[in-house]
Ligand binder design. Structure first.
Ligand code: FAD
Length: 374
């Protein structure tokens, strides 16, 4: 997305990606209105294509394990404010659409960043895994939660394991018409299960459980293990697991990044998960990476100097992002908790005034349009 923002503003760049080719891998992702506004700013046609390839929500629901609502948010107010609501899409499909909009000559695949070193003339020499190098005036590390750029720039930075592991899959299954336009999560029995239709006949799900880190699954028994784990949940959960190709279920431990005091040093800057990885509980990690792209590109365009732009970027973004890192982590703790705290949590959520929730969502989804360069 950063590359697309650079192209929109006519900023020269080269993107180095370690993947050998771009494949349709991964499961689903929710794109909230803050991310969608950035995409609309890049190109309204791109937004339309993404919306057509995914599924927009009219409700966001948190329910108990039997699908009884705890918090049920009609999204009409979001649509009225921004013109669209949160949507879900297959990650591979999203990537394919984005790739179609990019200048291919600017993308170099199969280039895995290893390290950088300052040159005498204030530029940097970047070395890749294949021992090739490039010289650059500035380097932006958008290389995800395990960022190698971050590890070199801030060697003391630390990932924090959340204590939870997550399986994700896409079922060849269509939820009924009532649930089709709903993004919903079931909380209960010390487990969490999220569901959203991503396109005709395909439903994305994720399952979260407390776990020691670095555990592995026996592929042959994975589906029956998950079905047993969620046997007390609403039958839709086992239906979805059952209709998913076993080999394509992805497992990953959930971590976030301890807050950094800065995201840049001189002409090197971090962005997205490399700078501020959060747990996925608010569905905001990707949206914040997309917001980053918008602000970072616009600050670079408006400034003569990279370090000045990076400083502006960090100062502008840190409050919102750091709040979300904390809120995501707190939500992960309340989503999976003991029975007594569940009762208190459900009571509080049920009686939180609608207007208050709506204000919070609007604040989260708002982006600052005044920073956009013409
Ligand atoms: C289970 C789960 C569910 C989630 N659901 C949502 C959701 O619904 N909505 C949402 O907004 N967010 C969600 N997130 C968060 C979201 O996936 C991330 O925040 C987002 O992908 C971060 O984007 P990024 O570009 O910073 O990093 P990444 O998406 O990780 O991209 C980093 C890129 O850098 C490349 N790379 C890595 N190392 C190197 C290297 N050394 N050299 C060259 N290239 C390299 C990688 O191959 C990759 O292409 C979820 C996360 C998880 C774990």
């Amino acid at each position: 997305m950063l590359a697309l923002c650079f192209e929109k503003l006519g900023i020269d760049y080269k993107l180095y990606e370690r993947a050998k080719k771009l494949e349709e891998i991964g499961s689903g992702i929710w794109l909230s209105p803050n991310a969608l506004q950035v995409i609309e700013w890049i190109n309204p046609k791109l937004l339309e294509e993404i919306q057509n390839a995914g599924n927009s929500f009219n409700r966001i629901l948190v329910a108990d394990h039997l699908l009884q609502p705890i918090s049920n948010s009609n999204q009409d107010f979001v649509k009225k404010r921004f013109g669209f609501t949160t949507m879900a899409i297959h990650r591979g499909k999203l990537q394919k659409i984005l790739y179609a909009y990019i200048t291919k000559e600017n993308i170099v695949l199969n280039k895995s960043f290893v390290r950088y070193a300052p040159n005498a003339n204030h530029s940097y020499k970047v070395t890749f895994q294949d021992n090739t190098t490039v010289d650059t005036q500035s380097l932006i590390g958008a290389d995800g939660i395990n960022s190698k750029v971050r590890k070199q720039l801030f060697p003391k930075s630390k990932l924090r394991y959340s204590g939870q592991t997550c399986w994700r899959g896409v079922a060849e299954f269509e939820v009924d018409d009532q649930l089709g336009p709903v993004g919903f999560t079931l909380w209960g029995k010390k487990l969490q299960f999220g569901v959203s239709k991503i396109e005709q006949g395909k439903t994305y799900w994720f399952a979260v459980k407390l776990s020691e880190p670095n555990q592995t699954d026996d592929r042959k028994t994975l589906k029956s293990k998950l079905c047993k784990m969620f046997s007390e949940f609403h039958p839709i959960v086992n239906e979805l697991i059952g209709r998913t190709e076993e080999a394509k279920i992805i497992r990953g431990d959930l971590s976030d990044l301890e807050l950094l005091n800065s995201w840049y040093h001189k002409n090197i800057c971090l962005t997205g998960d490399a700078a501020h990885s959060m747990t996925p509980d608010l569905g905001q990690g990707g949206a914040q990476a997309i917001e980053d792209a918008y602000y970072l590109a616009n600050f670079i365009k408006a400034s003569e100097d990279y370090e000045e732009a990076f400083h502006k970027f960090y100062t502008f973004r840190k409050a919102k992002v750091q709040k979300l890192v904390k809120q995501s982590r707190a939500t992960s703790k309340i989503a999976i908790t003991n029975r007594l705290l569940e009762i208190i949590r459900n009571f509080i959520l049920k009686y939180t005034p609608q207007k208050f929730m709506e204000r919070q969502m609007i604040e989260l989804y708002e982006i600052d349009k005044t920073v956009a360069n013409p």
